[in-house]
Design a protein. Structure first.
Length: 138
């Protein structure tokens, strides 16, 4: 059974540490059959994970236990018939290529603040990010 999980967290990871995390995630997720997207801005992570229920749940529990993440908040969790982000073992959103009006469409300000958004709004934002072509790489 496939599931989609969306969460937010805060991190003090440097850009170099973030690059290492992203590289490790891509390798590890591919081995687990997990796909998704990661958006990172000003110390805030928003990530959507898709895959088998057991693999996604295990990965989320590892993230919650990881000292590099704090304020981990589950925004949405659902069973799905098919993946929406199947093309990326862990795609990365480039906020530099993002039209600021898109953020304003779903949030109170022109900055990424998943803690002030509903899970449905963050999910809709991720859908538009794919449509807008702001995914950096797989």
């Amino acid at each position: 059974m496939l599931v989609r999980l969306l969460y937010a967290s805060r991190s003090s990871a440097t850009e170099a540490e973030f690059t290492v995390i992203l590289r490790q995630s891509r390798k590890h997720n591919a081995e687990l059959g997990v796909t998704g997207l990661l958006c990172h801005s000003e110390g805030v992570f928003v990530q959507v994970l898709e895959g088998g229920r057991a693999a996604v749940n295990r990965l989320y529990n590892q993230i919650v236990s990881d000292p590099r993440h704090r304020d981990v908040t589950l925004l949405a969790y659902e069973e799905i018939a098919q993946r929406r982000f199947a093309g990326w073992s862990m795609g990365q959103v480039s906020l530099q290529r993002l039209n600021p009006a898109l953020l304003l469409k779903y949030s109170e300000a022109v900055r990424l603040d998943p803690y002030g958004m509903s899970g449905a709004a963050v999910s809709a934002l991720f859908e538009e990010l794919v449509s807008e072509g702001v995914i950096v790489c797989s």
